[in-house]
Ligand binder design. Sequence first.
Ligand SMILES: [Zn+2]
Ligand SMILES: [Zn+2]
Length: 104
Amino acid sequence: MPYKNTDKNREYQKNWARKNQSKMLAKRNIRRKKYMLKAIEMKGGLCTECGTTEELQFHHPDPSNKVASVSRLIRDKGWATIEKEVNKCVLVCKGCHERIHVIK
Ligand SMILES: [Zn+2]
Ligand SMILES: [Zn+2]
């Protein structure tokens, strides 16, 4: 058994895992951004309440058919799932979204 190298190996493996993880995270971030943009584009690219293009979010007008929030699906699911959920939503900006939920 190559006892001598165990520590070194472990260190190497740790570094490799760390490096690989950040690479994977970066890749995932790019994918998320792409899905987010695609979803926003699909809904016309602006807030249905005030028309802004800033800080857009997805609101479920009918919460009973909500599977999960779109941002959550974008984090862990494929486009087909995201698209289905986006179709149930309206695009609103952060401010309008908060207002909708306060009123309701
Ligand atoms: Zn708005
Ligand atoms: Zn909402």
